[in-house]
Ligand binder design. Structure first.
Ligand code: 5GP
Length: 195
C-alpha cells in the first residue's frame, strides 16, 4: 500500500532492537484518514472472506481494528491482557510473549463473544515474531470459530513472524512489509521495492 509506505518513510523512526516507531500516525497519535484507507484496503483484500467479527489485542491494535470494522460492518473484540488467575471457565485464554516488553502475559477473550459460527479476521498494527497473532489464532481455534485470515499494517519481514504465520496456513495480508531498516542512515527498504 503505497500511501502507507510513503508515510512510514516520512515519519517512521528506527530505534535500537529492531523497533520501528510510528507514534505520530499509528501508535500514539492516530491519523484516522489514513486508518480509513487502511480499513478499506483490508476490506478489499478480504472481500471474499465473509468476515463477521474482527479480533485484535489491546492496546495498540484496537484503534486500527475499530476503523477497519467500519468497512466490514462487523463488531470488534479485543483480547485483554490480564494477570488475573481465577478466570478459567468463562474465557478462552493463552500465553503471549511480548516483543516490545520482553515478557509473557496471559490474554483472554470471554466465551460470550467468540464461538462456533464466527468467521474471524485478526487485525494488528505490527507483525514481528508472530507471538501476538499466534496467541489470537489459538483463541479462535479454542472457541470453535473459523479463522479466515490476518490483516497486519506493518510486517517486519526480517523477523520470523510472517514466515511462521504463513507456514501455519493462515492467510496473511500485510499492507507494508519492511525488508530491512538501518538505524544509522534511517533507510527503510520495503518488499517489492526496486531499490
Ligand atoms: P510479535 O508478537 O509479532 O512479536 O509482535 C507484535 C506486537 O508487538 C504488536 O502488537 C506490536 O504492538 C508490537 N511490536 C512489534 N514490533 C514492533 C515495532 O517495531 N514497533 C512497534 N511500535 N510495535 C511493535
Amino acid at each position: 500500500m503505497q500511501l502507507l509506505k510513503d508515510r512510514i518513510r516520512r515519519d517512521g523512526k528506527i530505534k535500537a532492537g529492531n523497533v520501528l516507531k510510528v507514534d505520530s500516525f499509528l501508535n500514539h497519535q492516530m491519523d484516522i484518514e489514513l486508518f480509513q484507507e487502511i480499513g478499506r484496503e483490508f476490506r478489499r483484500r478480504f472481500a471474499d472472506a465473509e468476515v463477521n467479527k474482527i479480533l485484535t489485542i489491546e492496546a495498540s491494535g484496537i484503534g486500527i481494528a475499530c476503523v477497519a470494522a467500519e468497512s466490514f460492518h462487523v463488531p470488534v473484540v479485543f483480547a485483554k491482557k490480564t494477570q488475573t488467575k481465577n478466570i478459567a471457565g468463562e474465557v478462552y485464554t493463552t500465553k503471549v510473549e511480548s516483543f516490545t516488553h520482553g515478557r509473557v502475559y496471559d490474554i483472554i477473550v470471554s466465551k460470550e463473544f467468540l464461538g462456533r459460527g464466527d468467521k474471524v479476521l485478526l487485525i494488528d498494527d505490527f507483525l514481528a515474531n508472530g507471538k501476538a497473532l499466534e496467541g489470537l489464532a489459538q483463541l479462535v481455534g479454542d472457541s470453535g470459530a473459523e479463522l479466515v485470515g490476518a490483516g497486519i499494517v506493518i510486517e517486519k519481514g526480517f523477523q520470523a513472524g510472517g514466515e511462521r504465520i504463513r507456514s501455519l496456513g493462515i492467510r496473511l495480508e500485510s499492507l507494508a512489509i519492511v525488508e530491512s531498516m538501518d538505524e544509522k542512515t534511517g533507510t527503510i527498504v520495503f518488499r517489492g521495492d526496486e531499490s
